[in-house]
Ligand binder design. Structure first.
Ligand SMILES: Nc1ncnc2c1ncn2[C@@H]1O[C@H](COP(=O)(O)OP(=O)(O)OP(=O)(O)O)[C@@H](O)[C@H]1O
Length: 247
């Protein structure tokens, strides 16, 4: 479903990704790990069409990523959650959730929705699924970090993309809230039959909540294995300060 063929990215003289290739099938839950600076965010941003690659091609369902060029078809295919949640803090929770519908709405409907929330039922249902049905009209900035990340998950639920990209979705949360969000994210993706690709700093979370691990080091594929085949030795090599050959 997602096919990366020899993707490369430079920032000036810095090589962020070097001829990266892999295939992710529909419905897979893949964790992307690797040391700081390995290229995880660059790879996810390229997949989300937020950053152009310098070289290589990406196919989604057999078609070039660029062919999903209008807002609506791209939003149906790919949704993203990040560490920073990307919420508007001054707005009520329901408006941040309904931002997941904006690609489907005209400008007029989007503006009207700020006065009279449109598709309210759908937003309330999504908030119920993430355990926030009592916060619908609260100002988003008054919520805790964990609750704000649940709002971002509810926004994803109303967007309902086929592929979820998550860039360090739990990096700013304490361990209990991080596990809570990862449980919820992987459960939602399984229930909706969505493909999930998440970058994580925690190897423990990658092994616990995902079925496959793609490891990057120095912008290259270091290993790509099912969780059952990821050994401590391999992880020690991945995070060691020397050596970057592919395993
Ligand atoms: N806008 C930029 N300008 C210059 N260099 C950049 C830029 N963005 C990333 N880089 C560099 O590219 C490399 C890959 O960065 P990237 O953020 O993709 O890695 P990462 O694996 O997500 O790192 P981290 O785990 O620390 O977030 C790093 O060396 C980084 O310093």
């Amino acid at each position: 479903m997602i096919e990366l063929n020899r993707i490369s990215k430079h920032y000036g003289r810095k090589i962020a990704l070097s001829s990266l290739s892999f295939v992710i099938n529909k419905g897979e839950h893949v964790a992307v790990i690797g040391p700081s600076g390995a290229g995880k965010t660059s790879m996810l941003n390229i997949l989300a069409s937020m950053l152009p690659a310098d070289d290589g091609e990406i196919l989604v369902d057999g078609k070039p990523l660029d062919s999903y060029c209008d807002r609506k078809s791209r939003a149906q295919k790919i949704g993203m959650v990040r560490q920073q949640f990307d919420l508007v803090p001054q707005l009520a929770v329901i408006h941040n959730v309904l931002a997941g519908r904006l690609s489907d709405w005209s400008l007029w409907k989007s503006v009207l929705s700020l006065l009279i929330p449109q598709d309210k039922g759908r937003a309330i249902e999504a908030l119920d699924r993430v355990g926030l049905s009592d916060k619908v009209f609260e100002r988003t900035s008054s919520l805790s970090g964990g609750e704000q990340q649940r709002v971002a998950l509810a926004r994803l639920l109303v967007q309902d993309p086929e592929i979820i990209l998550a860039d360090e979705p739990v990096a700013s949360l304490d361990p209990a809230r991080a596990e809570d969000i990862l449980k919820m994210l992987t459960r939602i993706a399984a229930e909706e039959n969505q493909t999930l690709v998440a970058s994580l700093h925690s190897v423990d979370y990658a092994l616990k909540y995902f079925s496959r691990v793609i490891a990057l080091k120095d912008g290259k594929l270091f290993f790509d294995r099912p969780v059952s085949e990821v050994s401590d030795t391999l992880l020690a090599e991945l995070y060691s300060l020397e050596g970057n050959s592919q395993k």
